[in-house]
Write a new protein. Sequence first.
Length: 465
Amino acid sequence: MLYLQCEMMQAFNQTFAAPPVLMRSIWIKLVEALENSPVVLINGARQCGKTTLAQMTCAPEYLELYSDSLTELNKIRLERESQYGRNYVYFSFDDPQTRNSAKSDPTGFIDSLPEFVILDEVQHVPELFQAIKISVDRRRTPGRFLLTGSTNVLLLPKLSDSLAGRMQIIQLYPLSQYELVAQPNFLEPGSNFLSALFGDGFPIFQGKRLGEDLAHRVTSGGYPAALARKIAEQRTYWYRDYIQTLIQRDVRDIAHIRSLEVLPKLLSASSAQTAQVFNLSSLAAPLELTRPAIGNYVTILERLFLIEKLPAWHSNNLKHLVKRSKLHINDTGIAATLLDTDAQGLLKDRNLFGRLLESFVYQELRRQASWHKEVTVFSHFRSKGGAETDIVIKLASGEIAGIEIKAGATVGNRDFRGLRYLKRAIGKRFKRGIILYDGENSLPFGDRFNAVPISRLWSNPQASQ
């Protein structure tokens, strides 16, 4: 896996340097998928970096565009790829002529393509999926089609089912804090957060509080184009335009609705309720819509990767558990914009800061898990008696870890109540319980329990010593 040195986050203030084009951490999974599957889909929100990743990975003619941001090792890899004869040709369905051509004759369009192609924003032309299936069944060459899409195909069964067994999906998120810091020592076994969580754990170390810096990270979000803006107000303008453009342009591709003005209001309401148990009635009430109607709008926001429902952890052995999902906004930069708050506003409203911080940490973990070597499943835990754990992570091996998030700088034994309840419920499969907090010290709190600074998610003081 390749990482680039990046100085952007060394002094993360309201004004900070524009990020370079980064080779994303999920790159190795993309390359492996292209070597094994005839169709690979990079799926993720608009502007999260799908096109850049596809071009940097598979289209050597785009190398000049990114040459200042690529290491020599990346250039060698691109040259190796071109030696395989996989000089991909790029087509974008954001282009009206290309889109109309594909819609008018999907089979003819696919049959006329070069051997290896990048088809960008395929959600505009769903008619192509069946034509791609037929073409792949005739010739199953690995890596023939690299697709990108800004609509969650997992929520569109007809599209995903048509390529079942033929397509591998690579989920791409906005930039993680880990990628922005981009420390090469994360290549060392056990040095990244998830490896430590399910590995040898977290030794005692002393760091420093993030304080205001943490609030800036939360409100800035992870979209590359927003982070390229040096002034906080300019990032806010970008997020507002992004939401408006997304709703006006992409919603029409996935749903026929008249009241588009409902969606930004619903997204604002969802931002205010992020990291809370999902309550459809409370979302519907201020919008004066029926539950079925608001449920349809929620599905649209999920399809566009704007919100996500985190399921509850459950066990057949325990009856007194809350089974309702939690709602999470998919990027806290968007949430802060919709809630008209900035870093200083969060520091004054500790309740809101706590909720946005929980979503921020959850999304950071989701982003890191997307390239983790083992399959991870996320949930939350809550008993009817009030014991809860913000994030529960399960590996395919069956091991389970719990994470609680605190915006404060101190941790005590009482803060581990929910994690200890979770340990008793899970039994032998319980690996570790962590409280991530904005403090200075990584400290043990009993057998397999630790308080760990939030900054450990993207930095490892032990690796740098």
